[in-house]
Design a protein around this ligand. Sequence first.
Ligand code: BV8
Length: 244
Amino acid sequence: MATTIRNIVILTGAGISAESGIDTFRAGANGGPSLWEQHRVEDVATPEAFARDPDLVHRFYDMRRAAIQTKRPNPAHVALARLDAEWPGSLLIVTQNVDDLHERAGAPLGHNQRLLHMHGEHLKAWCTSCDIRSPWRSELSSRPPCPVCGARGLRPDVVWFGEMPYRMGDIYAALREADLFVSIGTSGAVYPAAGFVQNAVELGVHTLELNLEESQGSRMFHETRLGVASEVVPTWVDEILGRD
Ligand code: BV8
């Protein structure tokens, strides 16, 4: 472990929201892909699926956008919000999740500057006509007008497979400055997020994995702690804040 830890980058995945009741992507039998209306997520979360069958894709996202609004942050989200509020060094929480549970866990001032949704957000709609992203909590299946330009071409503001994740430059810049990279609740199955641990190791950054089970990247971490996020994350946050 680096003697002095100043700059931390944290990557979170679906596992941090599992105990809040949001299905992970590999919630299927023996870790297989979870299905929705007999579709694999990877087959619905693509621009091709949206072009081929927009009603199906809108239905998929309308259901999930509504579902997350009935869920609540769990102690793991709350612990990271506490870290955000109290950590004296720099901190970037990069989430692969498109739910808003990190935000709702307690948003100390400037929280949004330290939270980055690399795969977009359920609660935003992206207009394919004027390119503006608007906050959005209801459905898109009825093709509502864009709040800005009025066109009826809104899509979920979610990064689909084959699309470039958001703010990759900021993420790599933060990794270059980091003393510690922590991966929480991710299977390490989807790139480029799954490659961050490799980048960190090559940059000499200490790497820690907090996960329910071994992930595809576990062998690349200096340290792996297994357990449920609602327990292992608060314990780690107490430790790093010097409260253990
Ligand atoms: C890109 C938003 C390039 C959507 C998501 C072949 C063909 C086509 C593409 C590719 C290919 N091979 C590789 C690719 C690239 C592809 C990819 O990696 N595919 C995989 C399937 C092989 N990646 C992409 O397409 C990315 N873009 O590469 O662009 C490019 C280059 C230039 C120009 C343009 C483009 C974009 C990927 C983003 C896709 N969108 N999300 C939506 O949500 O609907 S990905 C989605 O799946 C999530 O965001 C997340 O990233 C991923 C799921 O991973 P996890 O979060 O890890 O969840 P998972 O269920 O897998 O694991 C949960 C973990 O938690 C488990 O380990 C479990 O043990 C643990 N857990 C469970 N419970 C708990 C727990 N841990 C703690 N406590 C608990 N209680």
